[in-house]
Design a protein around this ligand. Structure first.
Ligand code: ITT
Length: 191
């Protein structure tokens, strides 16, 4: 299978476009955003959401190859919440709501992980999944203006700053999205 020189990225999130561009552009793979959207089914795994989304996009005529990604923030003290419901949690209670939920939680119990499932639908319409994880903790307060979503309240392991205090390259080097994209790139280079 030849490496594509351009790939459609189906997302309504400009932050994802910027981050995945930064990761794939240097390889000569141009990321072309497409915000047509797809139904995000309720599923207890990120991979189930992208798999269903990929099927919907193919069935409704989107020409492969394309990428879609589902990501979420899994907070240990909340038994993995908001996880696959992260979009809803961000749109309702937001970063401050998450901080409020964890108000009395000790620093050593504030562990969390961002996870991503990046789904690449190849020229033949076959989906391939690449998972990425970034472990860290929920900060005591929001900090930084970069990134998007829950970035102001997430501090990755080994760092002192939130994702929102980092530039895109620093975040990509540590993030779930960078991790998934690197697995995708590795796979592409073996095709
Ligand atoms: P799509 O159109 O690609 O689905 P989305 O913003 O709805 O865009 P997801 O469903 O994958 O993205 O993400 C669920 C939520 O998790 C969403 O509110 C994001 O803002 C948040 N999230 C995902 N990745 C993140 C990241 O790298 N940093 C901060 N928040 C993130």
């Amino acid at each position: 299978m030849a490496r594509p020189d351009r790939v459609t990225l189906v997302t309504g999130n400009p932050g994802k476009v910027a981050e995945l561009r930064e990761l794939l552009d240097p390889l000569g793979v141009a990321v072309v955003p497409d915000d047509r959207g797809y139904p995000e089914i309720q599923h207890d795994e990120l991979r189930g959401v992208t798999e269903a989304g990929a099927g919907y996009l193919l069935a409704t005529g989107l020409e492969p190859p394309f990428l879609l990604e589902d990501a979420g923030l899994f907070v240990s003290a909340l038994k993995g919440f908001p996880g696959v419901y992260s979009r809803h949690a961000l749109d309702t209670v937001g970063c401050q709501g998450l901080l409020d939920l964890l108000r009395d939680v000790e620093p050593e119990l504030r562990s969390a992980a961002f996870r991503a499932d990046l789904c690449y639908v190849d020229e033949d319409g076959t989906p391939h999944h690449f998972e990425g994880t970034c472990k860290g903790r929920i900060a005591d307060r929001a900090a930084g203006n970069g990134g998007f979503g829950f970035d102001p309240v997430f501090v990755p392991d080994g760092a002192q700053q939130t994702f929102a205090e980092m530039d895109a390259a620093q975040k990509n080097a540590l993030s779930h999205r960078g991790d998934a994209a690197r697995a995708f790139v590795q796979w592409l280079s073996n095709q």
